[in-house]
Design a protein. Structure first.
Length: 456
Protein backbone atom coordinates (compact mmCIF):
# COMPACT_ATOMS: atom_id res chain seq x y z
CA UNK A 1 0.00 0.00 0.00
CA UNK A 2 1.26 3.49 -0.85
CA UNK A 3 2.84 4.98 2.28
CA UNK A 4 0.67 8.08 1.84
CA UNK A 5 -2.34 5.98 2.79
CA UNK A 6 -0.86 4.39 5.89
CA UNK A 7 -1.79 5.58 9.36
CA UNK A 8 0.96 7.62 11.03
CA UNK A 9 3.42 5.41 12.88
CA UNK A 10 2.77 5.22 16.63
CA UNK A 11 5.03 2.26 17.36
CA UNK A 12 4.94 0.68 20.77
CA UNK A 13 2.34 2.83 22.52
CA UNK A 14 0.55 0.96 25.30
CA UNK A 15 -2.34 3.42 25.74
CA UNK A 16 -4.42 4.70 22.86
CA UNK A 17 -3.76 8.35 21.95
CA UNK A 18 -6.02 9.28 19.05
CA UNK A 19 -4.22 12.58 18.45
CA UNK A 20 -1.29 10.62 17.04
CA UNK A 21 -3.35 9.58 14.05
CA UNK A 22 -3.84 12.97 12.38
CA UNK A 23 -2.34 13.28 8.93
CA UNK A 24 -2.45 15.58 5.90
CA UNK A 25 -2.59 13.83 2.53
CA UNK A 26 -1.56 16.13 -0.35
CA UNK A 27 -3.62 15.37 -3.43
CA UNK A 28 -4.84 16.96 -6.63
CA UNK A 29 -8.45 18.01 -7.13
CA UNK A 30 -10.16 18.43 -10.48
CA UNK A 31 -12.58 21.37 -10.27
CA UNK A 32 -15.61 20.80 -12.49
CA UNK A 33 -16.64 23.72 -14.73
CA UNK A 34 -20.30 22.81 -14.33
CA UNK A 35 -21.67 20.47 -11.64
CA UNK A 36 -23.81 18.87 -14.34
CA UNK A 37 -20.58 17.30 -15.62
CA UNK A 38 -19.77 15.79 -12.23
CA UNK A 39 -21.41 12.41 -12.78
CA UNK A 40 -19.90 12.04 -16.26
CA UNK A 41 -16.32 12.64 -15.18
CA UNK A 42 -16.66 10.68 -11.97
CA UNK A 43 -17.69 7.65 -14.01
CA UNK A 44 -14.88 8.11 -16.57
CA UNK A 45 -12.17 8.70 -13.94
CA UNK A 46 -13.30 5.70 -11.88
CA UNK A 47 -13.09 3.56 -14.99
CA UNK A 48 -9.55 4.79 -15.77
CA UNK A 49 -8.56 4.34 -12.10
CA UNK A 50 -7.67 8.02 -11.76
CA UNK A 51 -10.06 8.81 -8.90
CA UNK A 52 -8.95 8.78 -5.28
CA UNK A 53 -10.03 5.54 -3.64
CA UNK A 54 -9.97 6.01 0.11
CA UNK A 55 -12.55 4.09 2.14
CA UNK A 56 -13.50 6.93 4.48
CA UNK A 57 -13.18 9.88 2.09
CA UNK A 58 -15.70 10.87 -0.55
CA UNK A 59 -14.05 11.67 -3.91
CA UNK A 60 -16.42 14.65 -4.27
CA UNK A 61 -15.50 17.80 -2.30
CA UNK A 62 -16.20 21.51 -2.34
CA UNK A 63 -13.98 23.55 -4.66
CA UNK A 64 -11.41 25.21 -2.32
CA UNK A 65 -10.67 28.12 -4.67
CA UNK A 66 -11.73 31.51 -3.26
CA UNK A 67 -13.01 32.46 -6.71
CA UNK A 68 -15.18 29.34 -7.10
CA UNK A 69 -18.92 29.75 -7.19
CA UNK A 70 -20.80 28.59 -4.10
CA UNK A 71 -21.51 24.87 -4.27
CA UNK A 72 -18.97 24.24 -7.02
CA UNK A 73 -17.50 20.72 -6.75
CA UNK A 74 -14.18 18.99 -7.28
CA UNK A 75 -13.19 15.40 -7.89
CA UNK A 76 -10.24 14.14 -5.84
CA UNK A 77 -7.67 12.40 -8.01
CA UNK A 78 -5.45 9.42 -7.30
CA UNK A 79 -2.31 10.29 -5.35
CA UNK A 80 0.05 9.50 -8.24
CA UNK A 81 -1.60 12.14 -10.47
CA UNK A 82 0.22 15.48 -10.10
CA UNK A 83 -1.04 18.89 -11.15
CA UNK A 84 2.44 19.89 -12.27
CA UNK A 85 3.11 16.63 -14.17
CA UNK A 86 0.72 16.20 -17.13
CA UNK A 87 2.57 13.02 -18.08
CA UNK A 88 0.86 11.38 -15.09
CA UNK A 89 -2.60 12.18 -16.44
CA UNK A 90 -4.65 9.70 -18.41
CA UNK A 91 -6.30 10.49 -21.78
CA UNK A 92 -9.68 11.33 -20.23
CA UNK A 93 -8.17 13.79 -17.79
CA UNK A 94 -5.96 15.37 -20.46
CA UNK A 95 -8.91 15.90 -22.81
CA UNK A 96 -11.13 17.30 -20.04
CA UNK A 97 -8.47 19.80 -18.95
CA UNK A 98 -7.81 20.78 -22.56
CA UNK A 99 -11.55 21.33 -23.12
CA UNK A 100 -11.79 23.45 -19.97
CA UNK A 101 -14.23 21.09 -18.28
CA UNK A 102 -11.79 20.33 -15.46
CA UNK A 103 -9.28 22.59 -13.74
CA UNK A 104 -6.64 20.99 -11.51
CA UNK A 105 -5.90 22.39 -8.08
CA UNK A 106 -3.78 21.30 -5.14
CA UNK A 107 -5.89 19.91 -2.32
CA UNK A 108 -4.99 18.71 1.19
CA UNK A 109 -7.06 15.86 2.59
CA UNK A 110 -7.08 15.98 6.40
CA UNK A 111 -7.27 12.57 8.03
CA UNK A 112 -7.72 11.76 11.71
CA UNK A 113 -8.26 8.69 13.91
CA UNK A 114 -11.84 8.24 12.71
CA UNK A 115 -10.63 7.56 9.17
CA UNK A 116 -8.49 4.54 10.07
CA UNK A 117 -9.79 1.01 10.54
CA UNK A 118 -8.87 -1.19 13.49
CA UNK A 119 -6.38 -2.98 11.25
CA UNK A 120 -4.81 0.34 10.18
CA UNK A 121 -4.44 1.42 13.80
CA UNK A 122 -2.87 -1.89 14.87
CA UNK A 123 -0.50 -1.83 11.88
CA UNK A 124 0.63 1.58 13.09
CA UNK A 125 0.97 0.70 16.78
CA UNK A 126 2.41 -2.81 16.94
CA UNK A 127 6.15 -3.28 16.49
CA UNK A 128 7.09 -4.44 13.01
CA UNK A 129 7.98 -7.91 14.26
CA UNK A 130 4.36 -8.33 15.48
CA UNK A 131 2.64 -6.74 12.50
CA UNK A 132 2.79 -9.91 10.40
CA UNK A 133 -0.16 -11.50 12.24
CA UNK A 134 -2.29 -8.74 13.72
CA UNK A 135 -5.02 -10.06 16.08
CA UNK A 136 -8.14 -9.29 14.06
CA UNK A 137 -10.45 -12.17 14.97
CA UNK A 138 -12.44 -12.44 18.15
CA UNK A 139 -15.51 -14.22 19.42
CA UNK A 140 -18.38 -12.00 20.40
CA UNK A 141 -21.45 -12.47 22.52
CA UNK A 142 -23.72 -9.48 22.67
CA UNK A 143 -21.64 -6.51 23.76
CA UNK A 144 -18.63 -8.64 24.77
CA UNK A 145 -15.59 -9.31 22.59
CA UNK A 146 -13.57 -12.32 23.66
CA UNK A 147 -9.89 -12.42 22.67
CA UNK A 148 -7.45 -15.29 22.92
CA UNK A 149 -4.17 -13.42 22.54
CA UNK A 150 -0.85 -15.11 22.05
CA UNK A 151 1.82 -14.36 24.58
CA UNK A 152 3.80 -12.05 22.32
CA UNK A 153 0.81 -9.69 22.02
CA UNK A 154 0.04 -9.51 25.73
CA UNK A 155 2.13 -6.33 26.36
CA UNK A 156 -0.24 -4.55 23.94
CA UNK A 157 -3.49 -6.14 25.08
CA UNK A 158 -4.98 -2.99 26.58
CA UNK A 159 -4.41 -0.80 23.53
CA UNK A 160 -5.72 -3.61 21.31
CA UNK A 161 -8.88 -3.75 23.43
CA UNK A 162 -9.35 0.04 23.34
CA UNK A 163 -9.14 0.02 19.55
CA UNK A 164 -11.64 -2.84 19.29
CA UNK A 165 -14.19 -0.89 21.31
CA UNK A 166 -13.57 2.29 19.32
CA UNK A 167 -13.96 0.57 15.97
CA UNK A 168 -16.88 -1.74 16.84
CA UNK A 169 -19.91 0.27 18.01
CA UNK A 170 -21.73 -2.78 19.43
CA UNK A 171 -18.80 -3.82 21.66
CA UNK A 172 -18.61 -2.37 25.19
CA UNK A 173 -16.42 -4.90 27.00
CA UNK A 174 -13.29 -6.72 25.84
CA UNK A 175 -11.94 -9.74 27.71
CA UNK A 176 -8.95 -12.01 27.16
CA UNK A 177 -8.99 -15.71 27.94
CA UNK A 178 -6.22 -16.78 30.30
CA UNK A 179 -6.66 -20.56 30.17
CA UNK A 180 -7.82 -23.25 27.75
CA UNK A 181 -11.54 -23.90 27.25
CA UNK A 182 -12.23 -27.52 28.10
CA UNK A 183 -8.88 -27.96 29.79
CA UNK A 184 -9.40 -26.26 33.13
CA UNK A 185 -13.20 -26.55 33.19
CA UNK A 186 -15.43 -29.47 32.23
CA UNK A 187 -18.14 -26.90 31.53
CA UNK A 188 -16.07 -25.11 28.85
CA UNK A 189 -15.95 -21.93 30.90
CA UNK A 190 -12.67 -20.07 31.29
CA UNK A 191 -10.78 -17.63 33.45
CA UNK A 192 -10.51 -14.18 31.90
CA UNK A 193 -9.31 -10.65 32.46
CA UNK A 194 -11.17 -7.51 31.46
CA UNK A 195 -9.05 -5.44 29.09
CA UNK A 196 -11.47 -2.59 28.41
CA UNK A 197 -14.97 -1.56 29.41
CA UNK A 198 -17.05 -2.68 32.40
CA UNK A 199 -16.82 -6.18 33.88
CA UNK A 200 -20.33 -6.93 32.68
CA UNK A 201 -20.76 -10.31 30.98
CA UNK A 202 -24.55 -10.49 31.15
CA UNK A 203 -25.28 -10.59 27.43
CA UNK A 204 -28.17 -10.97 25.01
CA UNK A 205 -27.62 -12.82 21.74
CA UNK A 206 -29.93 -13.27 18.76
CA UNK A 207 -29.52 -16.27 16.46
CA UNK A 208 -31.90 -18.16 14.16
CA UNK A 209 -34.77 -15.85 15.17
CA UNK A 210 -34.23 -16.86 18.80
CA UNK A 211 -33.12 -14.80 21.79
CA UNK A 212 -30.66 -16.01 24.44
CA UNK A 213 -29.74 -14.16 27.65
CA UNK A 214 -26.90 -15.47 29.79
CA UNK A 215 -23.74 -14.72 31.73
CA UNK A 216 -20.90 -15.33 29.29
CA UNK A 217 -18.51 -16.18 32.13
CA UNK A 218 -20.70 -19.04 33.41
CA UNK A 219 -21.55 -20.98 30.27
CA UNK A 220 -20.30 -21.66 26.75
CA UNK A 221 -21.25 -19.72 23.64
CA UNK A 222 -19.47 -19.35 20.30
CA UNK A 223 -21.01 -17.06 17.71
CA UNK A 224 -18.66 -18.48 15.08
CA UNK A 225 -20.65 -21.72 15.24
CA UNK A 226 -23.89 -20.13 14.04
CA UNK A 227 -23.51 -21.67 10.58
CA UNK A 228 -22.97 -25.11 12.11
CA UNK A 229 -26.00 -24.65 14.36
CA UNK A 230 -28.13 -23.82 11.32
CA UNK A 231 -26.67 -26.70 9.26
CA UNK A 232 -27.60 -29.38 11.77
CA UNK A 233 -31.00 -27.90 12.62
CA UNK A 234 -31.83 -27.97 8.90
CA UNK A 235 -31.39 -31.77 8.99
CA UNK A 236 -34.08 -32.23 11.64
CA UNK A 237 -37.66 -32.79 10.53
CA UNK A 238 -40.72 -31.54 12.48
CA UNK A 239 -42.12 -34.32 14.63
CA UNK A 240 -38.77 -36.09 14.99
CA UNK A 241 -36.95 -36.47 18.31
CA UNK A 242 -33.42 -35.12 18.73
CA UNK A 243 -31.25 -35.83 21.77
CA UNK A 244 -28.82 -32.97 22.36
CA UNK A 245 -26.26 -34.48 24.74
CA UNK A 246 -24.18 -31.34 25.39
CA UNK A 247 -26.84 -28.74 24.70
CA UNK A 248 -25.32 -25.71 26.41
CA UNK A 249 -27.90 -22.93 26.51
CA UNK A 250 -29.69 -24.37 23.49
CA UNK A 251 -28.26 -23.07 20.16
CA UNK A 252 -29.33 -26.35 18.51
CA UNK A 253 -32.25 -27.27 20.78
CA UNK A 254 -34.21 -24.01 20.86
CA UNK A 255 -34.28 -23.31 17.08
CA UNK A 256 -35.13 -26.98 16.50
CA UNK A 257 -37.96 -26.79 19.01
CA UNK A 258 -39.21 -23.67 17.30
CA UNK A 259 -39.67 -25.62 14.06
CA UNK A 260 -41.65 -28.39 15.77
CA UNK A 261 -38.85 -30.86 16.56
CA UNK A 262 -38.97 -32.66 19.91
CA UNK A 263 -35.65 -32.14 21.71
CA UNK A 264 -34.35 -33.88 24.80
CA UNK A 265 -31.75 -31.22 25.69
CA UNK A 266 -29.11 -31.95 28.30
CA UNK A 267 -26.16 -30.14 29.81
CA UNK A 268 -24.09 -31.07 32.83
CA UNK A 269 -23.39 -27.44 33.72
CA UNK A 270 -26.14 -26.25 36.12
CA UNK A 271 -25.75 -22.68 34.85
CA UNK A 272 -26.23 -23.78 31.22
CA UNK A 273 -29.26 -25.83 32.29
CA UNK A 274 -30.84 -22.77 33.91
CA UNK A 275 -30.13 -20.53 30.91
CA UNK A 276 -31.51 -23.24 28.61
CA UNK A 277 -34.78 -23.18 30.53
CA UNK A 278 -34.79 -19.39 30.26
CA UNK A 279 -34.26 -19.59 26.49
CA UNK A 280 -37.09 -22.10 26.18
CA UNK A 281 -39.40 -19.68 27.98
CA UNK A 282 -38.26 -16.64 25.98
CA UNK A 283 -38.71 -18.43 22.68
CA UNK A 284 -41.87 -20.35 23.63
CA UNK A 285 -40.51 -23.82 22.88
CA UNK A 286 -41.55 -25.50 26.13
CA UNK A 287 -43.95 -27.90 24.38
CA UNK A 288 -41.16 -29.35 22.27
CA UNK A 289 -37.93 -28.97 24.28
CA UNK A 290 -37.31 -30.87 27.53
CA UNK A 291 -34.31 -29.76 29.61
CA UNK A 292 -32.06 -32.10 31.61
CA UNK A 293 -29.07 -31.57 33.88
CA UNK A 294 -27.30 -34.93 33.68
CA UNK A 295 -23.90 -36.35 32.91
CA UNK A 296 -23.72 -36.93 29.15
CA UNK A 297 -22.65 -40.57 29.53
CA UNK A 298 -25.79 -41.38 31.50
CA UNK A 299 -28.03 -39.18 29.39
CA UNK A 300 -27.41 -41.01 26.10
CA UNK A 301 -29.07 -44.22 27.25
CA UNK A 302 -31.56 -42.44 29.51
CA UNK A 303 -32.86 -40.31 26.61
CA UNK A 304 -33.60 -43.33 24.40
CA UNK A 305 -35.50 -45.04 27.20
CA UNK A 306 -37.35 -41.88 28.20
CA UNK A 307 -38.48 -41.07 24.66
CA UNK A 308 -39.91 -44.58 24.32
CA UNK A 309 -41.69 -44.22 27.66
CA UNK A 310 -43.14 -40.81 26.63
CA UNK A 311 -44.37 -42.25 23.34
CA UNK A 312 -46.06 -45.19 25.02
CA UNK A 313 -47.73 -42.73 27.38
CA UNK A 314 -49.06 -40.86 24.31
CA UNK A 315 -47.31 -37.64 25.36
CA UNK A 316 -47.57 -34.95 22.73
CA UNK A 317 -47.28 -31.28 21.86
CA UNK A 318 -49.43 -28.87 19.89
CA UNK A 319 -48.46 -26.70 16.96
CA UNK A 320 -50.29 -23.35 16.87
CA UNK A 321 -53.43 -23.38 14.79
CA UNK A 322 -53.14 -21.82 11.33
CA UNK A 323 -54.20 -18.18 11.17
CA UNK A 324 -57.91 -17.74 10.77
CA UNK A 325 -59.61 -14.87 9.01
CA UNK A 326 -62.31 -13.15 11.06
CA UNK A 327 -64.32 -12.81 7.86
CA UNK A 328 -64.33 -16.56 7.29
CA UNK A 329 -67.58 -18.40 7.96
CA UNK A 330 -65.64 -21.55 8.80
CA UNK A 331 -64.94 -22.30 12.48
CA UNK A 332 -61.38 -21.41 13.56
CA UNK A 333 -58.93 -24.32 13.15
CA UNK A 334 -57.69 -26.11 16.24
CA UNK A 335 -54.03 -26.48 17.23
CA UNK A 336 -52.37 -29.45 15.55
CA UNK A 337 -51.53 -32.30 17.89
CA UNK A 338 -48.07 -33.86 17.38
CA UNK A 339 -47.38 -37.16 19.14
CA UNK A 340 -43.91 -38.03 20.40
CA UNK A 341 -42.54 -40.90 18.29
CA UNK A 342 -40.98 -43.91 20.06
CA UNK A 343 -37.43 -43.44 18.78
CA UNK A 344 -34.75 -40.79 18.52
CA UNK A 345 -33.78 -39.67 15.01
CA UNK A 346 -30.62 -37.68 15.80
CA UNK A 347 -28.08 -37.32 18.60
CA UNK A 348 -26.05 -34.09 18.74
CA UNK A 349 -22.75 -34.11 20.65
CA UNK A 350 -21.21 -30.66 20.47
CA UNK A 351 -18.23 -31.12 22.78
CA UNK A 352 -15.36 -31.34 20.31
CA UNK A 353 -12.64 -31.81 22.91
CA UNK A 354 -14.13 -35.12 24.10
CA UNK A 355 -17.44 -36.02 22.35
CA UNK A 356 -15.97 -39.08 20.65
CA UNK A 357 -15.14 -40.49 24.09
CA UNK A 358 -18.89 -40.75 24.78
CA UNK A 359 -19.65 -42.99 21.81
CA UNK A 360 -19.29 -46.28 23.70
CA UNK A 361 -22.51 -45.39 25.50
CA UNK A 362 -24.49 -46.17 22.34
CA UNK A 363 -23.73 -49.85 22.80
CA UNK A 364 -27.05 -51.53 23.64
CA UNK A 365 -29.01 -48.28 23.45
CA UNK A 366 -31.92 -50.19 21.85
CA UNK A 367 -31.25 -53.64 23.26
CA UNK A 368 -34.28 -55.86 22.61
CA UNK A 369 -36.08 -53.14 20.63
CA UNK A 370 -35.41 -54.42 17.11
CA UNK A 371 -39.15 -54.33 16.38
CA UNK A 372 -39.08 -50.51 16.46
CA UNK A 373 -36.79 -50.31 13.46
CA UNK A 374 -36.33 -51.46 9.88
CA UNK A 375 -37.09 -53.97 8.50
CA UNK A 376 -39.97 -54.38 10.98
CA UNK A 377 -40.92 -50.70 10.46
CA UNK A 378 -39.81 -47.89 8.19
CA UNK A 379 -37.88 -46.24 11.03
CA UNK A 380 -34.09 -46.22 10.79
CA UNK A 381 -31.58 -46.15 13.64
CA UNK A 382 -30.51 -42.69 14.89
CA UNK A 383 -27.80 -40.60 13.27
CA UNK A 384 -25.10 -39.32 15.61
CA UNK A 385 -23.47 -35.93 14.98
CA UNK A 386 -20.28 -35.84 17.06
CA UNK A 387 -18.01 -32.81 16.91
CA UNK A 388 -14.29 -33.34 17.27
CA UNK A 389 -10.87 -31.82 16.68
CA UNK A 390 -8.17 -33.07 14.33
CA UNK A 391 -4.85 -31.74 13.13
CA UNK A 392 -4.65 -29.54 10.07
CA UNK A 393 -3.16 -31.00 6.96
CA UNK A 394 -4.14 -33.85 4.68
CA UNK A 395 -7.90 -34.58 4.94
CA UNK A 396 -7.24 -38.27 4.42
CA UNK A 397 -5.01 -38.34 7.49
CA UNK A 398 -7.54 -36.37 9.57
CA UNK A 399 -10.44 -38.59 8.46
CA UNK A 400 -8.50 -41.76 9.27
CA UNK A 401 -7.72 -40.43 12.74
CA UNK A 402 -11.41 -39.69 13.35
CA UNK A 403 -12.48 -43.12 12.08
CA UNK A 404 -9.86 -44.76 14.31
CA UNK A 405 -11.21 -42.94 17.36
CA UNK A 406 -14.81 -43.87 16.54
CA UNK A 407 -13.84 -47.52 16.09
CA UNK A 408 -12.01 -47.53 19.43
CA UNK A 409 -15.27 -46.49 21.13
CA UNK A 410 -17.98 -48.49 19.31
CA UNK A 411 -15.96 -51.46 18.08
CA UNK A 412 -17.06 -51.07 14.45
CA UNK A 413 -14.95 -49.71 11.60
CA UNK A 414 -16.72 -47.01 9.59
CA UNK A 415 -15.51 -45.78 6.24
CA UNK A 416 -15.74 -42.22 4.98
CA UNK A 417 -18.98 -41.72 3.08
CA UNK A 418 -22.58 -40.60 3.69
CA UNK A 419 -24.17 -40.20 7.10
CA UNK A 420 -27.36 -42.05 6.18
CA UNK A 421 -25.63 -45.22 5.03
CA UNK A 422 -24.95 -47.75 7.76
CA UNK A 423 -21.23 -48.48 7.95
CA UNK A 424 -20.26 -45.03 6.65
CA UNK A 425 -19.42 -41.74 8.34
CA UNK A 426 -19.76 -38.30 6.80
CA UNK A 427 -17.06 -35.97 8.10
CA UNK A 428 -17.74 -32.25 7.65
CA UNK A 429 -15.16 -29.57 8.33
CA UNK A 430 -16.71 -26.94 10.60
CA UNK A 431 -13.94 -24.36 11.04
CA UNK A 432 -10.31 -23.69 11.86
CA UNK A 433 -9.77 -23.24 15.59
CA UNK A 434 -5.98 -22.83 15.76
CA UNK A 435 -3.02 -22.71 13.37
CA UNK A 436 -2.65 -26.48 13.59
CA UNK A 437 -6.17 -27.60 14.56
CA UNK A 438 -9.54 -27.93 12.82
CA UNK A 439 -13.02 -28.73 14.10
CA UNK A 440 -15.06 -31.42 12.33
CA UNK A 441 -18.49 -33.00 12.68
CA UNK A 442 -18.59 -36.78 12.25
CA UNK A 443 -22.12 -37.92 11.34
CA UNK A 444 -23.04 -41.60 11.12
CA UNK A 445 -26.00 -43.90 11.63
CA UNK A 446 -25.55 -46.10 14.70
CA UNK A 447 -24.64 -49.59 13.42
CA UNK A 448 -27.25 -52.24 14.26
CA UNK A 449 -24.67 -54.46 15.98
CA UNK A 450 -23.98 -51.53 18.33
CA UNK A 451 -27.56 -50.36 18.95
CA UNK A 452 -28.96 -53.85 19.60
CA UNK A 453 -25.99 -55.21 21.56
CA UNK A 454 -26.24 -56.28 25.17
CA UNK A 455 -25.80 -53.42 27.61
CA UNK A 456 -23.71 -55.59 29.93
Amino acid sequence: MNSLFRAPAARGIKKLDTSLFSKVLPTTAAAVRDNKLLSKYRKHLEKSDELLRLRTISPIVEDPSPTAAKGQKCLLLAAELKRSAPETWGPVLQEAVKAGDLTLREYDVHLDYSHWSYYDVMKSILPEELADEIPVGFNSAGHVAHLNLRDRYLPYRYVIAEAIIDKNPTIRTVINKIDNVGGESEFRTFAYEVLAGPDDLEVEVHEANCTFKFDYSKTYWNTKLSTEHARLVSLFEPGQVVADVMAGIGPFAVPAGKKGVFVWANDKNPESYNYLKDAMKRNKTGDFVRPFNEDGHDFIRFAADDVLRASKATEHAHLPAPKHSRKSLEPPPKPVRVDIPPTISHFVMNLPASALEFLHNFRGIYEGQEALFSPATQTKLPIVHAHCFALKGDDEVAFKEICDRIEAEIGVRLKSGKMGVEGEVEITEVRDVAPSKRMFCASFRIPSQVAFASRK
